[in-house]
Design a protein around this ligand. Structure first.
Ligand SMILES: O=C(O)CCC(=O)C(=O)O
Ligand SMILES: [Fe+2]
Length: 249
């Protein structure tokens, strides 16, 4: 699809829709420009006018005209719904592994009203050059509770198991669990991936789990409201949308 067609479905303030190459800058300390990837972001559909749509990560999605990609919207809505069920099943296993009740994360303020974001990503085939600060996706760890990642067979994803190591050791991976520090190197081959990010509800107070703290092992971070944390991470890592208005005039 030509860029001017994609720009008709440019992402809105709620991070729904087309996200151009360089829009996201995941690791400002290391990257010279943004990520060499483009994407399409789809969130939980809440129609305009519904009071819930006032929340920063709920609202209407942006869709291409139906005659442009017939059936695509329905397929993506089904993917979103089913991926959330998979994430909830994974959350139950995590809860058991942490000595919590299996349904610990199913509470309404947690995954009962989850923020769930599907990102369809495309790396155009640019070769990354870390010495020049050029990456498919800069180093970061994901923001939420669970990310499900589906990729094609093209390499590029790397993880760093110890972010404090100097120098950091980056390893190529196939799939890997956890919110590990990771990045994507462009290898010169076009690459597609689909990341599905699952976070608790807007109002959830994210704090250290009861089974993960004790007097000797106090929480490492203060509690924070989920929407405050996520809004800040998106603000830190995405271009200001006003920039695109200026470019078009
Ligand atoms: O494309 C990938 O394999 C990973 C993308 C990623 O890390 C992200 O969007 O958070
Ligand atoms: Fe990531």
């Amino acid at each position: 699809m030509p860029l001017n067609e994609k720009m008709k479905v440019l992402r809105n303030e709620k991070h729904r829709g087309y996200t151009p190459v360089l829009d996201e800058l995941l690791d400002p300390d290391t990257q010279v420009r943004g990520d060499y990837k483009e994407g399409y972001y789809i969130g939980v559909e809440v129609p305009e006018g519904d009071p819930e749509s006032e929340k920063p990560f709920y609202g209407p999605n942006v869709w291409p005209a139906p005659d442009c990609l017939p059936g695509w919207r329905e397929t993506m809505e089904r993917f979103q719904r089913e991926a959330l069920e998979v994430a909830k099943a994974v959350a139950r296993i995590i809860a058991l592994a942490l000595d919590l009740d299996a349904d610990f994360f199913d509470k309404p303020e947690m995954l009962g009203q989850a923020i769930a974001t599907l990102r369809l990503l495309h790396y155009e085939g640019q070769i990354s050059d870390p010495s020049k600060g050029m990456y498919g996706a800069g180093a970061h760890s994901d923001y939420g509770l669970i990310t499900l990642l589906a990729t094609d067979e093209v390499a590029g994803l790397q993880i760093c198991k110890d972010r404090d190591a100097k120098p950091q050791l980056w390893e190529d991976v196939a799939p890997m669990k956890g919110s590990t520090l990771h990045r994507v190197l462009g290898t010169g081959r076009e690459r597609y991936s689909i990341a599905f990010f699952v976070e608790p509800s807007h109002d959830c107070l994210v704090e250290c789990l009861p089974t993960c703290k004790s007097d000797k092992n106090p929480p490492k971070f203060p509690p924070i409201k989920c929407e405050t944390y996520l809004s800040q991470r998106y603000k830190d890592t995405h271009a200001d949308l006003n920039m695109y208005n200026k470019q078009q005039t």
